[in-house]
Write a protein that binds this ligand. Structure first.
Ligand SMILES: Cc1cc2nc3c(=O)[nH]c(=O)nc-3n(C[C@H](O)[C@H](O)[C@H](O)COP(=O)(O)OP(=O)(O)OC[C@H]3O[C@@H](n4cnc5c(N)ncnc54)[C@H](O)[C@@H]3O)c2cc1C
Length: 384
């Protein structure tokens, strides 16, 4: 039998977060989202609520074993109030689960700081010459006494401008593709590192930027995971962050549809509330249907992860389709608001621009479809 019910613990946690979201996040979202200043005060509140340590070791303040469904619930719920802040648990979960394999020194400094919301860390794979084809990266880690010297450039990196460090992926000199790529924790104030802000159309508080590395000394203690295995390690973590990103976009879409339903009830045209016209009410019905389908697809991917069953294709489905569903729903909500939907005094246009980021970030739809198609053809079908 199948149950679509969350556990008591999950429901309680979601209730607490929903209350926080409506009171603390939703009212200030539009102003925060229009600014490039990252709200560390709210990040610390998320830390106090236990949102930032989901699935990370208890000894550093986390909740313990990996908990994909709880992560999805948290990010979906927070995104109802602020889609940018909702990305924090995903980012910290993705990075934290790799830092678990770092030295004591690195773990003890960064894991509690991230889980408490005092510091953020960026994850830097993309380079000017390699994005979708991340294995074509050219940043080099040259072995020297006591560590490595890193040289290269990372671009389009979320959190670059507000993080204290970044996971930098770099290759052994002469190595090719994924083999020979290792992961290094590089403090962004290290000598030879420079960070440059990149102007984007949304996600402004996340501090999008490029990271330049000019012969940066990285000590042995700052290697993360096994040498030469950095690429495979990050790819396996994307399998759950992708479904969580899908849910995050859907949370932002849900609040937009709720706002549209309220507006449609209040706004009159031709002597009646516009909600009385099927041209309006059917749009809300249709997008609500798409949201429902996309939502359970994401939770299915997270459930498979929790059950230790194959879930790579479903994670990719959850990364390409829900952001499209969410973007379309927000667009419909904007149109239902008429001229006000276009106004920067309303949050809808901002949500639209913030959600658009996830059509590209963490892998485009085309790259997700490559993964799904490979699975279909390798296995003959995709049966879960
Ligand atoms: C808001 C935002 C935040 C980001 N944050 C981060 C971050 O924190 N860390 C990080 O490392 N990166 C980050 N990125 C970078 C992101 O991961 C890359 O932009 C993305 O993987 C695409 O790479 P690209 O931009 O180089 O495009 P390209 O790889 O050059 O692709 C260009 C176009 O070609 C298509 N394409 C490429 N190859 C194929 C193919 N084989 N088949 C079909 N179509 C193909 C793509 O789908 C795309 O439409 C972020 C990007 C954005 C927009």
């Amino acid at each position: 039998m199948v149950s679509f019910e969350f556990s008591d613990e999950q429901s309680e946690f979601q209730k607490t977060l929903a209350e926080f979201t409506r009171k603390q996040l939703l009212p200030g979202y539009r102003d925060r989202a229009a600014s490039t200043t990252f709200p560390f005060d709210i990040l610390r509140q998320l830390g106090e609520l236990g949102v930032l340590g989901i699935g990370l070791p208890e000894q550093y303040g986390g909740t313990g074993a990996e908990d994909p469904i709880m992560l999805g619930l948290a990010t979906e719920t927070l995104a109802y109030g602020d889609v940018n802040l909702a990305s924090a648990p995903i980012q910290i979960g993705l990075i934290g689960s790799q830092l678990v394999h770092a030295s004591d020194e690195v773990r003890q400094h960064y894991l509690p700081a991230m889980i408490e919301g005092r510091e953020t860390v960026a994850i830097a794979l993309t380079e000017p010459g390699s994005g979708s084809d991340a294995a074509a990266m050219t940043t080099v880690a040259r072995p020297v006494d006591g560590g490595w010297r890193l040289t290269g450039e990372k671009t389009a990196i979320s959190w670059a401008c507000n993080a204290s460090a970044a996971l930098i992926y770099a290759r052994d000199p002469g190595s090719k593709r994924a083999a020979g790529v290792s992961c290094y924790l590089v403090p962004l104030d290290a000598e030879g590192v420079s960070v440059h802000h990149m102007p984007g159309m949304g996600c402004l508080p996340l501090g999008w930027g490029s990271i330049h590395l000019d012969d940066v000394l990285v000590p042995e203690s700052h290697l993360v995971g096994e040498p030469g295995k950095g690429f495979q390690a990050v790819m396996s973590h994307f399998d759950f962050s992708r479904a969580a990103i899908g849910l995050m976009c859907l949370g932002a879409a849900q609040v937009s549809l709720d706002e549209a339903a309220t507006y449609a009830t209040d706004r009159h045209a031709f002597g009646k509330p516009i909600a009385d016209y099927q041209g309006v009410s059917f749009q809300i019905a249709e997008h609500t249907t798409y949201l429902e389908a996309a939502r359970w697809m994401c939770y299915h991917a997270l459930w498979l992860r929790e059950e230790n069953k194959p879930h790579t294709s479903l994670a990719s489905m959850s990364k390409w389709w829900p952001p499209v569903v969410a973007k379309n729903a927000i667009e419909a909500a904007m149109k239902i608001h008429g001229n006000l939907g276009y106004s920067t005094e309303f949050p809808l246009q901002q949500r639209h621009r913030d959600v658009m980021a996830y059509l590209v970030a963490d892998g485009t739809a085309e790259i997700q479809k490559r993964i799904i198609a490979k699975d279909v053809f390798d296995r003959g079908s995709v049966v879960y």
